[in-house]
Ligand binder design. Sequence first.
Ligand SMILES: [Zn+2]
Length: 160
Amino acid sequence: MDIRVGHGYDLHRLGTPAEGGKKMVIGGVLFDSSVGPIAHSDGDAVMHAVTDAILSAIGAPDLGTLFPNTISENENRNSAEFLNEAVMRSIESGWVIGNIDITVICDAPKISPFREQICATLQSLIGAPVNINGKTFEGTSKECAIEVHAVALVQRGKHE
Ligand SMILES: [Zn+2]
């Protein structure tokens, strides 16, 4: 097969700065929010899910294996660096990323006003079309959280 898909998933609890919540960054875009992800890195759940989707599609080790959250070097790390690593690995192993599809589940902040900005940020890092959809937990969530599902399609070929 010269086409593969990969699925990535991420979940972060959200909290106030006093609770250990970091700045709310979603897909590389900074949101004005009273809560943010509780995480070792910068907690950008979209970047994490997309990184894992690409790594999974190309058969590489996952994000947690490549960048363990037990290493101080990864503390507060800009998650765009994780995504860059996944993109570099896909190029090196002869896979071209076809497109990325993302679903974000989060009650607040709403991502819809920033969809295009997030897609543009991710597209510039990935070099392929990116689509993102926003959903809410529909009143089912016990915790304040952000959950992200991402799918990456890759195909054998050379990057232009
Ligand atoms: Zn994460």
